[in-house]
Design a protein around this ligand. Structure first.
Ligand SMILES: [Zn+2]
Length: 256
């Protein structure tokens, strides 16, 4: 009798370890830009002929905080690379992923184009490619890393691409699908799809991750939709559902 109760206790403890409480996923959320790095910007008209400048860094922080609180409510270990308006270098963001032993890394950005009619949302994962349109987005998002650092790290990046691309692509696909369900028809925004890109913040973080381009700041009509907290909540909900789908598919075990 005594032996069997000890046995039950061991089973119980093992079940506890496997439950979310012990093996909860650690997710690092990365609001793009910040501080002196403002990202894309555009003016929106206010009443009485006044204008207000909207910066990507502020939108990214607002939306990322919505993803943060939704994930937190569900019991995940969630962290932000910045919670205020401050400059954080790509290296520092990546170092946080390492320190926290994050399972997933989600970077939040807003797009910009010289064509003010460009519109829609895109979901990126880390991979090599030679697409000129994608290159423009990369240049904007990679710009605060120095030239020689990029060269030195090329070998590391190639290794990370090999290890994370298939899982990151899966994560990107789930997230993109759920965002699409939540906002595409409701807010009449275009799904530009899941794309491969060479983003150093993803490579340096060395874990499965995606970079979200929520929509175009350069498009005033789209910008007006994106500053709306309801839009941001819906979008955040899509991201959270995509992450949950990914975790359900891949299991709770950490990959690194
Ligand atoms: Zn950006």
């Amino acid at each position: 009798m005594k032996v069997s109760s000890q046995y039950l206790l061991i089973i119980f403890l093992f079940a506890m370890m496997l439950s979310k409480g012990v093996y909860a996923y650690t997710i690092l959320l990365d609001p793009g830009h910040g501080g002196s790095d403002q990202g894309a910007s555009n003016e929106i008209a206010l009443k009485k002929g006044k204008y207000k400048v909207i910066y990507e860094k502020d939108l990214a922080l607002q939306l990322t905080k919505k993803i943060y609180s939704q994930l937190k409510k569900k019991g995940y270990n969630v962290f932000l690379t910045r919670s205020v308006d401050r400059t954080v270098h790509l290296e520092e963001r990546a170092a946080m992923a390492e320190k926290l032993k994050a399972d997933l890394f989600i970077s939040v950005h807003f797009n910009s184009s010289l064509n003010r009619h460009s519109n829609g949302f895109e979901t990126y994962y880390l991979d090599n490619h030679s697409n000129v349109a994608v290159k423009k987005v990369e240049d904007a998002e990679n710009k605060n890393l120095k030239g020689d650092e990029l060269v030195i790290r090329q070998i590391l990046i190639d290794l990370v691409i090999q290890r994370t691309t298939s899982t990151s692509k899966k994560l990107a696909t789930y997230i993109n699908k759920r965002i699409n369900q939540r906002i595409a028809r409701r807010y009449k925004v275009v799904n530009r799809g899941v794309k491969a890109g060479l983003f150093y913040v993803l490579a340096l973080s060395k874990r499965p991750g995606v970079l979200l381009e929520v929509g175009f700041v350069s498009n005033k009509k789209e910008l007006t939709k994106m500053i709306n907290p309801y839009f941001q909540n819906k979008y955040a909900g899509g991201v959270v559902e995509g992450i949950e789908k990914y975790i359900a598919e891949t299991g709770k075990k950490a990959l690194f």
